[in-house]
Design a protein around this ligand. Structure first.
Ligand code: CDT
Length: 316
């Protein structure tokens, strides 16, 4: 049986600070309908797809932004999205801000992706590991990137799930810049990696990188796909959101590293591709046959990726 899957990148344009969750969910449902017209079976939405990218504002008491977070998924705001996807038989990945109590009742704030099956049930959840930006207020910036104020790193690391007839992993935005992200999933056999992002086009610590934002975005995902023999769907929330210009250029990438579909706008747009998950074997079974050619025992004493790598303890 061939393992063909039609995947879509459900790119979003800007979400205004005062845009209601109901309105955003309407936009996501419209993208689901576009995806359905393209026979998409799995639609990937961006990071923090339900709200404006609120870490661009620093509020000393982070709980003031708790209205951007969800304790349950789905909840009253997002149930219509889950219902529409189930009706259309489309699985999806949705980025959202999660407020999660641990066993002791302490609340944790995570930047989260949920992967949902075509019948509306949750397959798995990923919590962003590499939290970029800063934890305090940095007034010299024209806008903040205070993700480290609002989110803690996900404690579970990079897992993969058997889903959509393949092995699927997830990552969020800054995670895509780190080779470990792909390799940790690659070592678990990932065939399809879903990545949502919000990437400002202005990088205040080093503006010389501004012109390279699009290049770096594709560079890291194309190499991650190639070096691990995996498909990647990379999805932006792009355009000018609350005065901040953000990268679009959502893509679907093959294990060859080639871009096989790319968004042409900076707004709400679905691009799709029919992928053959068995094509991953071309790379995983030959040039990047890890069992045969990978040399972990020769990588030196400080190799960051080990076959027995464990996620860090919860208290970081
Ligand atoms: N959302 C996110 O992770 N954005 C980062 C911006 C890095 S600059 C602080 C990114 O890697 O695109």
């Amino acid at each position: 049986m061939p393992r063909h899957l039609i995947v879509g990148a459900g790119q979003l344009g800007p979400i205004a600070r005062d845009e209601s969750k109901a309105r955003v969910v309407e936009r996501l449902i419209a993208l689901l309908h576009d995806a359905s017209d393209q026979a998409v079976e799995l639609l990937v939405f961006p990071e923090l797809a339900l709200t404006t990218f609120f870490p661009r504002w620093y509020v000393g008491d982070a709980t003031e932004f708790d209205h951007y977070f969800h304790r349950e998924m789905p909840d009253g705001d997002t149930q219509p999205l889950f219902d529409a996807a189930k009706e259309l038989r489309i699985g999806f990945a949705l980025g959202f801000a999660e407020l999660a109590p641990d066993d002791g009742g302490t609340l944790h704030r995570y930047n989260t992706y949920t992967l949902v099956d075509r019948d509306g049930t949750e397959i798995g959840r990923f919590r962003k590991v590499h939290i970029p930006g800063h934890a305090g207020h940095e007034p010299w910036r024209q806008f903040q990137h205070a993700e480290r104020h609002y989110f803690e790193p996900g404690p579970d690391g990079f897992e993969v799930w058997k889903a959509f007839d393949g092995i699927v992993g997830m990552a969020l935005c800054n995670d895509r810049r780190w080779s470990e992200t792909y390799r940790v999933m690659g070592l678990q056999g990932a065939e399809l990696i879903l990545i949502g992002y919000n990437t400002p086009l202005h990088y205040y610590p080093d503006p010389t990188q501004n012109a390279l934002a699009g290049f770096h975005n594709h560079l890291v995902m194309q190499s991650g796909a190639y070096q691990n023999g995996s498909f990647i769907v990379g999805v932006a929330k792009g355009g000018i959101e609350e005065g901040v210009d953000s990268l679009a250029q959502s893509v679907i990438i093959a294990p060859s590293g080639q871009i096989i579909a790319q968004a042409i706008t900076t707004g709400d747009e679905v691009v799709s591709a029919r992928i053959d998950l068995d094509f991953t074997a071309t790379y995983k079974g030959m040039l990047f046959d890890f069992e045969r050619y990978r040399m972990p025992h020769y990588y030196g004493r400080i190799a960051a990726v080990r076959d027995d790598a464990q996620p860090p303890p919860r208290e970081i």
